[in-house]
Ligand binder design. Structure first.
Ligand code: FCA
Length: 345
């Protein structure tokens, strides 16, 4: 051992180049410039409603991307605007290079972008697209969302088909559309459902919109209740809404008025937030849901951000995903095929 040390000492003395190189390595490590050599890239994933299974799935799939590419995923929730801006600071301090966000308020877009740029980070918006103060979209920020109108139209088409299958007359049926018009992606869904119902021949005057005050099941329940009190003469209903929670809330409101599976046909959107409902031993008024592709929303956005940060590959500015109908009969199989098998185990 002593001999080894002697040799080292002699080497250092003898070769100034070795000494300089050694000194440089020490300096690099001390100043943190060598960090990249040992530390993983950090990517953030911020969601507005972490209690919704939809957002939990996005996180889960983003984690798969983190494992595949070897980056670190920082998951954060932001239920309001203040928190959304605060988490950008948190991420900057943690050394996050870029993040994916479903913002609690799309009008916060310009502030999010300004803060992100100021911190030298990158941002991709998922699900809910940022808007400018004049209400138009911030199309320069990469966005991945759903083909909202088409998916809404499909809800309307399926509702109409099921109504016909049951032999209900449109003039004896009502359509309850729970709306959330704060967001374009949600407004387009319910507008699409209304469009396709009317195109199929459902009477326009029998379509009733009921706005949610809060974007959760309770908000939809209250909206549904108000409508049912106003239209108590209608005994058969179709239900559409922006997502599973919206339709489930209205289904619960119908049940509270004694209208069950034989009087109600509801179709949700997301497919992730209605598993318990579809698994119930007895059918309810909730017929099914348009299953969205949470894998693409979680995995692909995180992957895009990683490639942008680590390889300089710019993500596409606008990506849209589609949905497929799941019902009590096939949801277990379809979810398994879509990589969501753990939800139905
Ligand atoms: C919005 C809704 C979510 C989900 C997502 C794709 O953010 O709030 O429930 O439908 O779009």
């Amino acid at each position: 051992m002593a001999r080894k040390e002697q040799i080292m000492k002699r080497m250092f003395k003898a070769n100034p180049l070795v000494r300089i190189a050694g000194l440089a390595i020490v300096l690099l490590l001390l100043t943190g410039c060598g960090k990249g050599l040992v530390e993983k890239v950090k990517i953030g994933f911020v969601v507005k409603q972490p209690e919704e299974p939809w957002f939990q799935r996005e996180w889960k799939f983003a984690e798969q991307a983190a494992r595949k590419y070897g980056f670190e995923l920082v998951k954060l929730e932001a239920r309001d605007s203040e928190r959304a801006l605060a988490v950008i600071d948190t991420m900057a301090i943690q050394g996050v290079k870029g993040f994916v966000i479903c913002t609690p308020d799309v009008r916060l877009g310009p502030q999010i972008v300004a803060k992100t740029q100021q911190k030298g980070m990158k941002v991709i918006s998922v699900d809910d697209q940022f808007v400018k103060p004049d209400g138009t979209f911030m199309t320069d920020v990469p966005y991945l969302g759903i083909a909202a109108r088409k998916i809404g139209e499909d809800v309307g088409t399926e509702l109409f088909k099921e109504m016909q299958k049951r032999g209900w007359k449109p003039e004896e049926t009502g359509a309850c559309v729970i709306t959330w018009n704060e967001l374009d992606t949600t407004r387009e869904r319910t507008e699409g459902a209304i469009d396709s119902l009317t195109k199929a021949g459902f009477p326009k005057e029998r379509i009733f919109t009921a706005p949610q005050k809060t974007s959760d099941l309770e908000g939809a329940f209250n909206a549904g209740n108000i409508l049912l009190t106003q239209q108590s003469q209608i005994k058969r209903w179709l239900i559409a809404g922006m997502n599973d929670s919206a339709v489930l809330g209205a289904v619960r409101a119908m049940e509270s008025k004694g209208l069950g599976a034989d009087a109600v046909i509801g179709i949700g959107i997301n497919g992730t937030d209605c598993i318990g409902e579809l698994a119930k031993p007895n059918p309810t008024g909730f017929l099914g849901s348009m299953l969205l592709q949470s894998r693409i929303h979680g995995f692909v956005t995180a992957e895009m951000m990683y490639k942008w940060v680590a390889e300089g590959v710019e993500p596409p500015k606008d990506t849209r995903t589609t949905g497929i109908l799941i019902t009590r009969e096939d949801f277990k199989q379809v979810l398994t095929d879509q990589g969501l098998g753990d939800l139905v185990k």
